[in-house]
Design a protein around this ligand. Structure first.
Ligand code: MRU
Length: 360
């Protein structure tokens, strides 16, 4: 992603100083702050507190965290994997990354383990960039054909997205937003409807910030506006990311995704899910009632953070004191509502056979 004219990633390793850096996403869009992850505990905190978030980025952060843990104690592989696995339960990329680290490192002699852990994290970082770019290319081909169908009757293509599945949710490019960026590179005139994505407002805070950096026309909408815009003919396609997709094509993503998919289905609007293979959980047959859904703090619902007129970042309470709250972080969109999955290996239907074919 380009920030202030400079290319940046959401996470990177500085060879000269042997430090892992992240962009602190809890400060955006108000402040751009880079943090250094000093050790594995700091990485756990970064994932839990959502200084880093988004399924692919959580996976790469976990790989670097394993390196940070081994750098302090080369025998701490099991402890590090257990601590990291407990941070956020829904995004399967976390477990995927830890399984990969464990498989690659457990039989390596302690004196070589640290360097190998670093090389593996660097590899996963690079792979994530290439994968996200490929997802964008495949998705842009879909967007291009839709635009060719519609261009005689309208002057832009309207895309609706939910949460932040952008460069900030990965190392670079993003998944859903990679499709947007790659479509813009093809000179398709785009406009993006950005769901604010309560309770943490990743759409308002992060997706709008990213799209502004990339100069992509966009409008912020409240989460309840999408259905109305679809009925009014103002949405041509939806594209979202995924935290975990099961073998049958059920898609778990940020809370509210399911309602958008229902509205898109009712209005015959294509609903695409852009995801890397590392977000597919091949151990689960179906998603509904099977994927662990993260229950998050009640304060995310009762209070809203933002910047005050005197420039401070603060929270205000919007609900009565003592109110009972339920705050599931994710929901599952059944495969029947998903038009296609856009992966680094191409576009496939959301069903078991098509998903299995991705492994061939
Ligand atoms: O709670 P978050 O902000 O980590 O949730 C992120 C999402 O739901 C994204 O859509 C998903 O991780 C895909 S990111 C490419």
């Amino acid at each position: 992603m380009i920030i202030g004219g400079e290319h940046m990633q959401s996470i990177w390793y500085d060879v000269g100083t042997d430090q892992v850096h992240i962009v602190d996403q809890t400060r955006l869009p108000h402040e751009f702050q880079v943090l250094t992850l000093a050790n594995m505990e700091a990485a756990c905190h970064a994932i839990e507190s959502m200084q880093v978030r988004g399924a692919p980025l959580i996976g790469v952060t976990a790989a670097y965290a394993v390196y940070l843990a081994l750098r302090e104690d080369a025998q701490s592989l099991d402890h590090a994997c257990a601590a990291l696995a407990a941070t956020r339960p829904t995004a399967v990329n976390l477990q995927w990354a830890l399984d990969r680290c464990r498989a690659a490192l457990q039989s390596v002699a302690p004196e070589s383990r640290v360097l190998q852990a670093l090389e593996l994290a660097q590899l996963m970082e690079k792979e994530d960039i290439a994968i996200c770019e490929a997802i964008g290319d495949h998705g842009a081909a879909l967007v291009e054909s839709l635009w060719q169908e519609k261009r005689s009757s309208q002057d832009r293509l309207n895309i609706l997205t939910h949460c932040n599945a952008g460069a900030l949710a990965t190392v670079d490019w993003g998944t859903a937003l990679s499709v947007v960026y790659k479509s813009a590179e093809r000179d398709i005139p785009l406009h993006v409807w950005v769901d604010e994505t309560r309770p943490r407002n990743q759409g308002a805070a992060l997706t709008c910030w990213e799209l502004a950096q990339a100069d992509i026309p966009h409008s912020l909408i409240v989460d309840n506006a999408g259905g109305h815009l679809m009925q009014a003919g103002l949405v041509d396609l939806c594209v979202v990311g995924s935290d975990r997709t099961t073998r049958n094509g059920d898609v778990c993503n940020k809370i509210g995704t399911y309602l958008k998919a229902l509205a898109a289905f009712d209005n015959q609007i294509p609903f695409y899910v852009a995801l890397p293979l590392s977000s597919i959980d091949f151990t689960l047959d179906a998603g509904v009632n099977q994927i662990p859904i993260e229950e998050r703090a009640s304060g995310e619902v009762t209070d809203i953070p933002g910047r005050t007129t005197d420039g401070l970042i603060a929270s205000v309470r919007v609900a009565p004191e003592g109110v009972q709250v339920s705050n599931p972080g994710f929901d599952v969109t059944p495969a029947r509502l998903v038009t296609s999955l856009v992966t680094e290996r191409g576009v496939v239907a959301a069903n078991s056979e098509a998903i299995a074919s991705l492994l061939d």
